[in-house]
Ligand binder design. Structure first.
Ligand code: UD1
Ligand code: CA
Length: 476
């Protein structure tokens, strides 16, 4: 079968970003630019033969050409790609040549080399497939992607002769006034015949800017009478990010695309203008997202939830029918029916089981909270295991840190923790035990005991039904 190698150029510093971070590691929709490009490449069907008699398949993982910040990029992407090094950045043609050894070592040897840039995060797998299929069908020496735009800005202009044949790509810097008005631009996705590519790259001269431009291969192929094919996509797919203004523009476009995906899949988004959802977030149908909500990381949210307003959720998993109101969740798990807020904060390791209710100004960290437990008003639970149907009164706190260690608190099922109780960890409160308002609990409390005072002492042993009757542990 005809195979193709993939070369992604990512060696440039991205001078126009004015950043120490390599350009392709800047993120949009929560993912580095290069990750978006790799996602699109990996989503190209493994063997393409649509409208083409000749199937074509990727011969290997993408070969990413690195230079500035190489170690940082390799650390971020690991085995997902193989790497070639362009030690000095002398232009996009020079960068492709840096990958020659990697390509020539592939077995079977690919006939085609697909080249794209690591700074074009909106490129889609569909358009990449179209370029590949066109290249094979046309048996072209060179095929590239173009777009038509009324604002060609700094894109390379596609120059065609009187019969509409491509004669060259002229970079903005070197374009004449007439060429600057050309509305067909170079998107930066190319397929080359491998044999021709290597010989052409070797003869390509440095241009007036002292660089070797990949785009100059188009003029070369045309002057040799080689077959050049083009595919025209949309401008969106083309946008390469060179500075932070373009980064923000793409962020907006991508966000809109992500939000629309969720809306078409049954999620209500009340105000798309103030809602930000990362690329990898999953949301169930009939969930409503209210204004001012930011959902990031690999968060998964179930169906029929109400999220927001004013809520931030990162890398968390929520079941169905949860309500999150003006709250912040980080690396948190909610089972079905959990309600939090307004103004709750769940920090990493918080696990709230079915139907937990967590009220105003509560904070949970690295703790399991059992089903049907209520935790209202200004309470803090850290490094704790809380059973089911516990009532945690206003201002109750686990004193989990003794200045050296984080200590564990266990609260048994059905216990009632009175307002302003200080649970000085490590400590265990038995099932159905009750602590009075303002108790400072330094020692374990046996099941069913009622304790109060500073330090807390046992007053009596209660019946399980007493728990809901005490003044300070009142159920809402
Ligand atoms: C390039 C094209 C332009 C096209 C635009 C589309 C060239 C000369 N111009 O311009 O026609 O319209 O993309 O987005 O190709 N790189 C290297 N090594 C180098 C130089 C660049 O790996 O020596 C990498 C960069 O890291 C970047 C990519 O190649 O990911 C493109 O380079 P960039 O400088 O952004 O090219 P543009 O000016 O955007
Ligand atoms: Ca660019």
């Amino acid at each position: 079968m005809n195979t193709y190698a993939v070369v992604v150029l990512a060696a440039g510093k991205g001078t126009r970003m004015r950043s120490t971070l390599p350009k392709v590691l800047h993120t949009v929709a929560g993912l580095p630019l290069l990750a978006h490009v790799l996602n699109a490449l990996e989503a190209v069907p493994p063997a393409l033969s649509i409208n083409s008699p000749l199937p074509i398949a990727a011969s290997s993982r993408p070969i990413v050409v690195l230079g500035y910040g190489a170690e940082q990029i390799e650390a971020a992407f690991g085995d997902r790609c193989s790497y070639a090094i362009q030690a000095e950045q002398l232009g996009t043609a020079h960068a492709v040549l840096a990958a020659r050894k990697n390509v020539d070592e592939l077995d079977p040897l690919p006939q085609t080399v697909l080249v794209c840039y690591g700074d074009t995060p909106l490129v889609s797998s569909q358009i990449l497939a179209r370029v590949l299929v066109e290249h094979v069908t046309q048996q072209a020496t060179l095929t590239f992607l173009t777009a038509i735009t009324e604002q060609p800005s700094d894109f390379g202009r596609v120059v065609r002769n009187a019969d509409g044949q491509v004669s060259e790509i002229v970079e903005m810097k070197r374009a004449t006034e007439k060429q600057k008005r050309i509305q067909e631009v170079n998107s930066g996705v190319y397929c080359f015949d491998r044999t021709w590519l290597w010989s052409a790259l070797q003869t390509l001269p440095r241009n007036a800017s002292g660089e070797y431009y990949l785009t100059d291969l188009v003029g070369l192929a045309s002057s040799q009478g080689r077959k050049i094919a083009t595919v025209t996509g949309t401008l969106d797919e083309t946008i390469g990010i060179n500075d932070r203004v373009q980064l923000a523009a793409v962020e907006q476009l991508l966000h809109r695309r992500i939000l629309e995906g969720h809306m078409y899949a049954g999620v209500t988004i009340i105000d798309p203008a103030t809602t930000y959802i990362d690329n990898d977030v999953m949301i169930g149908a009939d969930t409503v997202i209210l204004p001012g909500t930011i959902i990031t990381g690999k968060t998964r949210i179930g169906s029929e939830c109400h999220i927001g307003p004013g809520t931030t959720i990162d890398s968390s998993v929520l079941g169905d029918r949860c309500i999150v109101h003006n709250s912040v969740l980080e690396e948190t798990i909610f089972e079905d029916g959990v309600r939090i807020g307004p103004f709750g904060h769940c920090r990493p390791g918080a696990y709230l089981a079915r139907n937990v209710r967590m009220g105003n100004f509560g904070e949970v960290k690295n703790s399991y909270i059992g089903p049907e437990t209520d935790m209202h008003h200004f309470s803090y639970v850290g490094d704790a295991t809380v059973g089911e149907q516990v009532n945690i009164g206003a201002g109750a706190i686990t004193c989990n840190y003794d200045g050296v260690r984080k200590n564990h608190t266990t609260i048994g099922a059905g216990a009632s923790i009175g307002s302003d109780t200080m649970l000085v960890a490590p400590v265990t409160i038995g099932e159905h035990a009750v602590t009075g308002a303002g108790s400072v609990v330094r020692h374990d409390v046996p099941p069913g005991a009622v304790v109060a005072g500073v330090p807390a002492r046992i007053l009596r042993m209660s019946q399980p039904s007493d728990a809901s009757a005490t003044e300070d542990g009142k159920k809402e």
